[in-house]
Design a protein around this ligand. Structure first.
Ligand SMILES: *[C@@H]1O[C@H](CO)[C@@H](O)[C@H](O)[C@H]1NC(C)=O
Ligand SMILES: *[C@@H]1O[C@H](CO)[C@@H](O)[C@H](O)[C@H]1NC(C)=O
Ligand SMILES: *[C@@H]1O[C@H](CO)[C@@H](O)[C@H](O)[C@H]1NC(C)=O
Ligand SMILES: *[C@@H]1O[C@H](CO)[C@@H](O)[C@H](O)[C@H]1NC(C)=O
Ligand SMILES: *[C@@H]1O[C@H](CO)[C@@H](O)[C@H](O)[C@H]1NC(C)=O
Ligand SMILES: *[C@@H]1O[C@H](CO)[C@@H](O)[C@H](O)[C@H]1NC(C)=O
Ligand SMILES: *[C@@H]1O[C@H](CO)[C@@H](O)[C@H](O)[C@H]1NC(C)=O
Ligand SMILES: *[C@@H]1O[C@H](CO)[C@@H](O)[C@H](O)[C@H]1NC(C)=O
Ligand SMILES: *[C@@H]1O[C@H](CO)[C@@H](O)[C@H](O)[C@H]1NC(C)=O
Ligand SMILES: *[C@@H]1O[C@H](CO)[C@@H](O)[C@H](O)[C@H]1NC(C)=O
Ligand SMILES: *[C@@H]1O[C@H](CO)[C@@H](O)[C@H](O)[C@H]1NC(C)=O
Ligand SMILES: *[C@@H]1O[C@H](CO)[C@@H](O)[C@H](O)[C@H]1NC(C)=O
Length: 547
């Protein structure tokens, strides 16, 4: 933990912020309180969605004769908060080796060779029964088809089976290929030359008359600066659109994948630490790389068109003691809200397990991933369990609620004229530890004058294992965002004994744990009437104005 030097005040975008950081004790937000110019359009109620690795899908849902009650319950909790289920994308690396067999007598079969490597996956009619019946009613599905084999017949068979097997209107998009920038030496042009006719032919074969395809699903981070020959040569949504991917009007959405850290090789493993993960400056620096692409895709295809269709904290299946901690919950909360604040429509957090031979030097082998929000079954890495990160999705869905008019903006550290919220030049004196988001709801009396909700994050590391002395905390003075300094607000908290906590039974959202999939314990919220909200180190709070 760093001691920060005291500072007086700093100003940007007309907003004055006073930071007194002798021991990082308080942060006064000085408004203005009205809807900022950079606010998002109304947030998508499925902002917090899921990507589930195809080969692991049935492990998550179970099958019709043996459904997985934990998965169902955890997903229903989220649906209950927004009225709309999280979306599910079925895909990932194994989608490029997934085949259809209409006579398969089980939902899914993984062919695992004698080296332990998953060679391919076969799905049958019972697979779609599970997708249709075992997710919360109304769950929208994106299906990732196999591109890597360059076998159109195989891709069309899987697409046809999805259309026939899912409920009407359940299928929202097909993806053709997962991370195609990692195989067949695709360029934007060579990719588009295959992608576009496939999307047209699949649409025709299945009598699909609306744009129904999600472009991209690419893995590589954008090069920076973005408008150089090398950056423009990258395969991504924007370069594929420029190469004519949507010339026949088949593109509905664009997806890119984000993994801020990795344990695929030792060099990246060294920086995949909890300290680096739980740091807003790093989150914003990373996601800001996508801002030009997000803007371009939204201009071409509409407000809801850019999604992070697969993401998590640490690629190659996460890292023990990093991505299975409460620290990841704070990272997930900040990542989801920050992405929403730069106009990403939905984020699909990836769930599954390590794949053998993904990299010769990968850290993880077997079992389920250390970044999963829960393990639906007992596995090599441990018993069935929920992880602290799940509670971050409760925070997000409860923030969204049933509003369809909620717009987000990052209030602190706030956005500079170049679109970044990293205030290096002006000095984010919290060193990426304090983050505030505002939410405005035009359908409420507070309208665009005041936020109806605020999210306060204190990312300062507090280690429960190594706890010494009193836990630090920060007092956020939000009175300038209230109609009156004595306006009563409600506060609900995301808490754990420390960032290193790995147990869901020690992680509380509004006082309740969700370790068994359902709320346990007394619901807790506070009323605050002086505009001062204290948030402990490694903690977060949702402030509700209720005007
Ligand atoms: C903020 O910190 C300063 C300096 O430590 C202190 O004088 C002041 O009382 C604090 N204000 C609040 C509201 O805690
Ligand atoms: C988000 O989109 C809205 C509306 O399209 C726009 O006004 C706003 O500036 C965008 N915000 C950012 C950070 O790009
Ligand atoms: C959530 O569940 C409660 C209790 O069953 C119910 O009263 C409420 O209407 C549900 N909310 C939504 C948005 O579905
Ligand atoms: C359903 O899942 C159970 C538990 O994994 C398994 O024993 C059973 O064989 C599966 N049924 C089918 C038809 O695949
Ligand atoms: C799956 O892989 C195995 C081993 O390489 C192979 O024998 C089998 O034909 C493959 N299955 C399909 C459907 O391609
Ligand atoms: C292409 O896929 C079809 C349908 O699964 C299969 O019958 C055929 O053998 C595949 N072709 C090749 C070259 O693998
Ligand atoms: C797509 O359809 C066109 C026109 O019918 C045909 O020429 C082409 O071979 C088809 N491509 C694939 C991959 O099936
Ligand atoms: C294709 O869809 C249109 C519009 O839904 C419908 O009128 C038509 O009958 C369908 N054709 C076939 C061959 O299914
Ligand atoms: C994880 O942390 C625990 C407790 O601090 C420690 O015993 C264990 O060795 C760590 N495991 C790894 C893989 O770092
Ligand atoms: C957060 O990350 C930024 C950028 O790497 C760094 O400058 C800052 O010191 C970090 N904050 C903490 C508390 O480590
Ligand atoms: C927490 O403290 C323990 C004991 O000092 C240490 O082993 C561990 O690495 C720390 N964890 C983190 C995430 O810093
Ligand atoms: C919490 O879960 C851990 C395993 O993750 C278990 O050892 C512990 O007993 C549980 N504590 C409570 C209070 O249930």
């Amino acid at each position: 933990m760093k001691n920060l030097k005291p500072v007086t005040s700093l100003s940007f975008l007309g907003a004055l912020v006073n930071v007194s950081l002798a021991a990082l004790t308080n942060l006064t937000l000085t408004g203005p309180a009205n809807l900022p110019a950079d606010a998002s359009p109304p947030l998508n109620p499925s902002l917090a969605s899921f990507s589930i690795e195809t080969a692991f899908f049935v492990s998550y849902t179970g099958n019709i004769s043996s459904p997985n009650p934990l998965t169902r319950s955890l997903l229903e909790n989220l649906k209950n908060r927004t009225g709309v289920p999280a979306e599910v994308r079925i895909g990932g690396i194994t989608a490029d080796s997934t085949y259809w067999d209409g006579s398969l007598d089980t939902a899914l079969f993984n062919f695992i060779d004698n080296q332990g490597a998953l060679q391919n996956t076969t799905i049958g009619p019972q697979f779609w029964d599970a997708v249709r019946e075992l997710l919360p009613e109304g769950t929208k599905i994106t299906v990732n088809l196999d591109l890597q084999d360059l076998n159109f017949t195989g891709a069309l068979e899987v697409a046809t089976s999805a259309v026939e097997g899912l409920a009407p209107d359940q299928l929202v998009a097909f993806e053709i290929g997962n991370e195609p920038d990692h195989y067949l030496s695709f360029t934007p042009k060579s990719y588009t030359e295959i992608w576009r006719p496939w999307s047209v032919n699949i649409s025709q074969a299945l009598n699909i008359t609306e744009p129904m395809f999600q472009l991209g699903a690419t893995a590589e981070d954008p090069l920076w600066p973005y408008n150089t020959p090398a950056a423009n040569a990258q395969l991504d949504c924007v370069s594929a659109l420029a190469a004519g991917a949507n010339d026949e009007n088949t593109v509905r959405y664009c997806s890119e994948h984000t993994y801020q850290y990795s344990v695929c090789d030792p060099a990246r493993t060294r920086v995949a630490t909890l300290t680096n993960l739980v740091n807003h400056t790093r989150v914003a620096q990373y996601l800001d790389l996508w801002q030009p692409r997000i803007n371009s895709v939204r201009e071409q295809l509409g407000d809801d068109a850019f999604v992070i269709g697969e993401y998590n904290s640490v690629s190659c299946s996460g890292r023990n003691n990093v991505s299975n901690t409460f620290g990841q919950a704070l990272w997930l909360l900040d990542t989801t809200f920050y992405a929403a604040s730069i106009n990403v429509s939905r984020l699909y957090i990836h769930q599954g397990g390590p794949l053998a031979l993904q990299s010769a030097t990968q850290l993880n082998h077997g079992g389920f991933s250390f970044y999963d929000l829960w393990w639906p079954v007992d596995n090599l890495n441990g018993p069935t369990q929920v992880f602290p990160s799940y509670s971050a999705y409760l925070f997000v869905t409860e923030t969204l609620g049933i509003s369809r008019n909620l717009r987000i903006s990052n209030i602190f550290p706030g956005r500079q004229s170049n679109g970044s919220s990293i205030t290096t030049a002006l000095g984010d004196d919290s060193s990426g530890q304090l983050v505030v988001y505002g939410f405005w709801d035009e359908s409420l009396p507070s309208g665009t004058d005041f936020p109806s909700k605020m999210a306060l994050l204190n990312l300062q590391a507090y280690n429960a294992t190594d706890a010494t002395g009193e836990r630090p905390s920060v007092t956020f003075d939000i009175s300038n965002f209230l109609p009156s300094s004595d306006t009563v607000v409600t506060v609900r908290r995301l808490q754990a004994p420390g960032a290193d906590i790995k147990a869901a039974n020690a992680t509380t959202w509004a006082g309740q744990t969700f370790a068994e999939g359902v709320a346990s314990g007394e619901f807790v919220e506070e009323k605050v009437s002086n505009g001062l909200v204290e948030v402990e180190a490694s903690g977060a709070a949702l402030v509700i104005l209720e005007l």
